[in-house]
Write a protein that binds this ligand. Structure first.
Ligand SMILES: NC(=O)c1ccc[n+]([C@@H]2O[C@H](COP(=O)([O-])OP(=O)(O)OC[C@H]3O[C@@H](n4cnc5c(N)ncnc54)[C@H](OP(=O)(O)O)[C@@H]3O)[C@@H](O)[C@H]2O)c1
Length: 363
């Protein structure tokens, strides 16, 4: 098992050594720092030793990465099983040459355990979420993650730890697509393609706060019900032969905008109904990329984390009273099963990893 070392924070240790008067908040922090006096140096993480199928994911005990001056050490409570994680796991999108064991996961939420010497915005005990694609200090399927503080924000009010843990990357992507790239305006009609997935379920809600009419694509009763509950005004099944006719009837003057979270020949036909002067946005990773069209602005982008982006997202989450639908939650030790579910497809909303943390592993 892990060897242990003291990680009492510089701030709390200095205060108690000097006998300085403490605020109630500071007292709580001193107490929690004492309780953590023997913090672990290793952690459990779901990682791969080589690219492969879901069964390549195994639980490893690995060192907790070193904290740099601008980093935050987060004791994770939940992590996202992103649709893109499957492509990292099987090698199609991973950094090459990869360093194994490779801990998967691009985003999650938890409690700040320690901050780097240059970090002023966060303190031990803060509840935070974070997103870092190809995080240089390892992924989020673990008991801890070390991440640059610019990629970290406080968990927005109204979101639980599990909801925040599974939605950071998707929420940034959805909000930036809707607000920054499409810049939806009141009264417009937007088509959200792939609305029942991780990004789509959040994009519907961010779009609705602009007073737009949302037409969602979704397949099957369960997905149709979900997207309607989240605010879609109309729903069509992009896989059905009559989808284009239905969409044309719904928007005789054409769509003002479309957010494409899936692609393919039938979807191209739907995107053909975006009017001249309209906009199409899609995040990189949608394959094949939607094709360019005359008189329509087609923009690809990446969801990105920064202080400013996370502050903006925080406000958007509140405005939208964001709901994060979670189809299923898996314990860290069963991350491979979560990836098997990913491979089956038709995930409604999100899949989450629940992480207990050292000392709480049996809980
Ligand atoms: N670059 C970035 O920053 C970034 C960030 C996040 C996501 N992404 C990309 O954005 C895309 C969406 O991500 P996600 O996590 O939301 O994926 P997801 O949860 O798998 O959702 C995809 C959605 O697309 C639908 N869909 C897939 N193929 C379809 C088809 N042929 N016809 C109609 N609908 C179809 C699915 O519906 P069914 O369930 O009915 O199949 C589902 O609703 C992915 O390509 C991902 O890689 C990029």
């Amino acid at each position: 098992m892990a060897t242990r070392k003291t990680t009492t924070t510089r701030k709390t240790a200095t205060r108690s050594a000097r006998g300085t008067k403490t605020t109630p908040r500071a007292k709580v922090k001193v107490a929690s720092a004492r309780a953590r006096a023997a913090a672990p140096t290793t952690m459990l993480a779901a990682a791969i030793d080589k690219f492969g199928p879901p069964s390549a994911i195994r639980t490893h005990e690995i060192p907790i990465p070193a904290l740099g001056p601008t980093d935050v050490l987060i004791a994770l409570r939940a992590a996202d099983i992103g649709s893109w994680d499957a492509k990292i796991r099987d090698g199609s999108w991973a950094n090459k040459p990869a360093r194994f064991p490779l801990v998967l996961g691009t985003d999650g939420a938890g409690v700040v355990e320690k901050v780097g010497t240059g970090v002023r915005r966060f303190d031990v005990g803060d509840e935070v979420w974070a997103f870092s694609y190809q995080n240089p200090k390892g992924g989020f399927y673990g008991e801890y993650v070390v991440v640059d503080s610019d990629n970290v924000g406080r968990v927005p009010k109204g979101l639980g730890m599990l909801e925040a843990g599974t939605s950071g990357a998707a929420a940034l992507t959805a909000q930036q697509g809707v607000d920054d790239i499409l810049a939806l305006k009141k009264g417009e009609t937007v088509l959200i393609v792939g609305a029942s997935g991780a990004v789509g379920t959040l994009a519907i809600q961010f779009a609705k706060r602009h007073g737009v009419r949302v037409i969602a694509t979704a397949s099957g009763r369960d997905a149709t019900k979900l997207v309607r509950e989240l605010g879609a005004d109309e729903v069509i099944d992009a896989r059905r032969a009559d989808a284009v006719d239905k969409l044309r009837k719904l928007t005789p003057k054409g769509l003002d905008a479309a957010f494409a979270l899936a692609s393919g020949p039938s979807i191209e036909r739907l995107l053909g109904l975006v009017r001249a002067g309209g906009r199409i946005a899609y995040p990189n990773g949608v394959e094949p990329p939607p094709r360019k069209r005359a008189k329509v602005e087609v923009t690809s982008f990446d969801g990105t984390a920064s202080r400013k982006a996370l502050d903006k997202l925080d406000r958007a989450v509140t405005e939208a009273k964001l709901r994060v639908p979670i189809e299923k939650t898996y314990p860290l030790a069963r991350a491979a099963e979560a990836h098997e579910r990913l491979e089956e497809g038709h995930v409604l909303g999100h899949l989450a990893l629940r992480i207990r943390g050292p000392g709480r592993r049996a809980a």
